[in-house]
Design a protein around this ligand. Structure first.
Ligand code: SIN
Length: 281
């Protein structure tokens, strides 16, 4: 293994040093990175300089890429990547009333096959603000009371891209896009297929309701779970530097943009979603 892993000391996240992601990873390094990702949930690779093609090649080492339903934000050179930006003049900037993605979510949980692993790459960052919060959904689950764990065992939840919170931070879908994303149902507690550990799998951004409960009881339960999972002891705040690549395990985390920067400060990230079987072609 040719890199070092430095845990941040927060509930999750480690920095990886000694790898230039523009170069093809050795099989040994790819496997060691996967192990580090499973252990730390979020990996940060500072100081990278990547073309869209190099970044997509790196991402594919973590599974096939699922293209995002919002195809108007696909990267013009590499549609397996999509662009999150407030630079409207670029043609890829979003004009949502609130900062895009500023609600807790697990990527693509509204699909039958959500993202296993996600990547965000900071191309340009504001001088202040624009951080992303992450939380550890394993820790959130194991720290629930035994009574709560018993209460949620066996429950399932409906997820939909346009439901949950964050309506002002989401882009409206076209009819054609909407037709591609019907409701998806997932267990409220999922066993991670690689680590075998149980994690909460509901999120304010996309979870619509609990199947087995009436609407009011479901919302009450979800509100309690969200407040617990996003408690500061389970979170890590990433302050972006241009050139940071992050990889994170969506089966064990939620994340949220935070905003907090003015519109004259450009902020552009490229992202990709790996694993899952959905593809828009
Ligand atoms: C997202 O993943 O939806 C946005 C993350 C960010 O912009 O910080």
């Amino acid at each position: 293994m040719t890199f070092t892993v430095e845990p941040t000391g927060a509930a999750l996240a480690a920095e990886i040093h000694g790898l230039d992601l523009a170069r093809s990873l050795t099989q040994e390094d790819a496997e060691a990175l996967r192990g580090a990702l499973l252990e730390h949930i979020l990996l940060v690779f500072p100081g990278q300089h990547l073309t869209p093609g190099q970044l997509a090649d790196f991402c594919r080492r973590f599974g096939p890429i699922t293209r995002h339903i919002l195809d108007q934000y696909h990267h013009p050179e590499e549609p397996d990547l999509c662009i999150i930006s407030n630079v409207v003049e670029s043609g890829k900037g979003r004009t949502t009333a609130q900062t895009a993605g500023s609600y807790w979510h697990s990527d693509l949980s509204y699909l039958a096959d959500p993202a296993d692993v996600s990547m965000l790459y900071a191309v340009e960052v504001p001088q202040s603000g624009g951080d992303t919060l992450f939380c550890d959904m394993y820790a959130a689950y194991v720290s629930l009371s035994a009574a709560m764990r018993a209460r949620i065992a066996g429950l399932t939840a409906v997820h939909n891209i346009m439901s949950g919170s964050g309506a002002d931070a989401k882009v409206a879908l076209t009819e054609a896009q909407r037709a591609k994303v019907p409701d998806a149902i997932h267990p409220v507690v999922q066993r991670h297929p690689e680590t075998g550990r149980e994690a909460l799998f509901v999120n304010p951004g996309f979870t619509r309701r609990i199947v087995e409960l009436d609407a009011a009881a479901g919302i009450e339960l979800l509100t309690e779970l969200y407040a617990h999972a996003t408690d500061a002891r389970f979170t890590y705040r990433h302050k972006w530097r241009a050139g940071d690549v992050t990889l994170f395990d969506g089966r064990a985390s939620m994340h949220s943009a935070t905003g907090g920067y003015t519109s004259d400060q450009p902020r552009t990230l490229w992202r990709a979603f790996m694993g899952g079987s959905y593809a828009t072609g």
